[in-house]
Design a protein around this ligand. Sequence first.
Ligand code: ADP
Length: 328
Amino acid sequence: MSERHTELELVQVTKKYGETIAVDAIDHRFKPASYACLLGPSGCGKSSTLRMIAGHETVSSGAVLISKKDVSKLPPAKRGTAMMFQNYALFPHLSVAENVAFSLKMKGTEKTSRLKSAGEMLELVDLSKLADRMPDQLSGGQQQRVALARALITRPQVLLLDEPLSALDPFLRIRMRSELKKLQRELGITFVHVTHGQDEALALADEIVVMNNAVIEQAGSARDVFDAPKTAFVARFLGGHNVIDLPEGQFALRADQLTLTAADAGRMEAQVLDVEYQGTHVSVTTRIAGNQDVAVLMSDRDFFTQSQNPGDTVGLTWEQEKLHRLQS
Ligand code: ADP
């Protein structure tokens, strides 16, 4: 690990709201200067975890360490973290530049100096031209960049983002996610981004931390987690996988790593249930013994050279090493 980078670590971090255990003794060391996504379904404890890192929520037990120092009892402004909220929370009566400079004003920084810093941050997010606008004169994507500039002006070592793209339309969301990634690389600080979207996590994250039922189910690089899900939950939640029960146990098998063959030429026989054209790909849903549905994803070209119809009997085949045993 490089010494100059901040390390964020969670040690047995727990959050209880009355009887509800929202986060259950999680341990995790985030890789310094990396883009991490906390991924999981609604209610699994992602936001509570993020808010405890930020200091907007107290830790019921355990500790949040930043550069090996326990910051669990420190107020948000003293942790070296900054949070960007889902709804951006811009002040409607302040200009873009004043919104960005706001936290410096609170710290007592004098006007010329704080507007200069705000100008630098607006340059970073490519909004210099709009410094004098009011928030209601901005598009959703522009508001989001103002919110980013406002979070970054405190020069945080860790930037925390709570569903930052959810208010944007799908087209803008894809554009903004590449901007976020670029910004993280340029700044060289740790980003922790909460999302329930697997596509978003796969596209952005150096590291994906998959949460389920208040615990971390699996953490690793996007590729490792997608390629080798450890549990049926992770395989199903990431999508693109079949979870198949065989006599030897439960396995994950990627839909795009299955091939259709003639009925007697595969490892297994199956009936075609449904065919869905998806543009570049065709998804064929088949049913194998034990009434298990298995999806096969193939290129449109492969499909249309050997076109299958619902009701056809086919064979399924795969390379044996592509079959991943799941923990029960
Ligand atoms: P996620 O961000 O993954 O959707 P949350 O961290 O928001 O999950 O919530 C985890 C669990 O804690 C849920 O069961 C939720 O209902 C509960 N919870 C979250 N915030 C509060 C709160 N302020 N008071 C009581 N329960 C809460």
